[in-house]
Ligand binder design. Sequence first.
Ligand code: UDX
Length: 448
Amino acid sequence: MRITMVGTGYVGLVTGTCFANTGNQVTCLDIDQSKIEKLNNGISPIYEPGLDELIGRNAKASRLHFTTDKSAAYKNAEIIFIAVGTPSGSDGRANLQYVLAAAQDIGDAIEASSDTREKIIVVKSTVPVGTNIKVQQAVASRTSKTFHMASNPEFLKEGAAINDFNKPDRVVIGAHTKYAADKMRDLYEPFVRQGNPIFIMDIPSAEMVKYASNCMLATKISFINEVANLCEQYGADISEVRRGMCSDKRIGNQFLYPGLGYGGSCFPKDVLAMISMGQDCGHPAELLESVHRVNQQQRDVFLTKLESHFEGADWSKLKIAVWGIAFKPGTDDVREAPSITLIQKLLEKGATVTAYDPVAHETAGEVLTDSITYANNAIEAINDADALIVCTDWSEFKNPEFELMKDKMATPVIFDGRNVYRRSTMREYGFVYHSVGRAPINEENAAV
Ligand code: UDX
């Protein structure tokens, strides 16, 4: 099939590349000239394991093309995916300006095209329920020719996106015509050979599946963080509580790891968008409002632990090391990363911050001011530090040389925002240790 992907952001690029890899002819369109130049030189603008190689292979086979030229991109397309950004506005609502602008361009292209086949326009961007109709109207305002609409939400996890795309748990397609449903099913058939389902449903339901799924997962995280905070107050250990809960199959064991709260480009934005959808229709999403609040507070709850530990200290004399800036391991994405909030608050207090992340220094530099130092490796970051904060659970932080760490640090104090370490190990090595939902090991009980 001939596919055009509008938007070479994270979703558009992964989706377009994976479709090319099953033999489709894919043209990726973006307005950002420098991005397209990079891609045409075989350089991926994002860090995603396996993506560079897949782009290179499919571009070389002339199945994957990158362009800024709209008319060339739309000319022969059978299916056009809209995968442009939908950033949260200041009121939490998804900003649809890019989606609707793309819709108008597509309408113009359909009107100008001599191709007699009817085109399918697929909304891939995460958009509030009801957006598909707005897109349809925007296209129809520019052309009188027949076209088909579909909604096709994505469920890609950053860092595992290629695998998620190639072996999806499910594919969700919203379509109101048999033509669109059949074509979309054909397109996805190669990805569900192992028997996972393709669900064809009405368009509003497909749009809602995405929000409901992400909001459910975000709810699990805020729930476990709330329980973790209560564990601390009542002397329970969240790791034990978690184990006890998760063996109940109805509860399951995923997305119930406590920490600094969820970040990234999806959960915070999607929870806010669902809250706005509730407000707009007069049915406030009260549970999700709490989910969002708990998530925001989780960073402050953690900061309070540092504040009490350093009570009375002169913050301008404190050196704090941070391990991990990305919002989770396996990505250089720092959007809504808890690390950023924490670092900003530490800087406001006057502390000196040295951070290390295996891949996110460049992206962090775009968000943070120059006022932090980036270390070349994890050990360099903790040199002379009064405390270490573990913000992201990258594998390389899981089994460090604790003796060496103690030698390097000014004081052996760890604030573990991801519960990466065993309390018994921390006690054994004599660290002062604060984590999430577990009793601290402090000066009084640190000795073996
Ligand atoms: C998410 C969804 O998983 C994916 O289906 C959707 O398409 C996009 O949003 P992603 O943003 O890549 O994917 O991150 P994910 O791995 O889901 O993690 C989200 C956040 O939750 C991270 O900040 C992570 O650290 C946090 N998290 C996750 C927890 O704090 N605890 C957990 O138990 C799981």
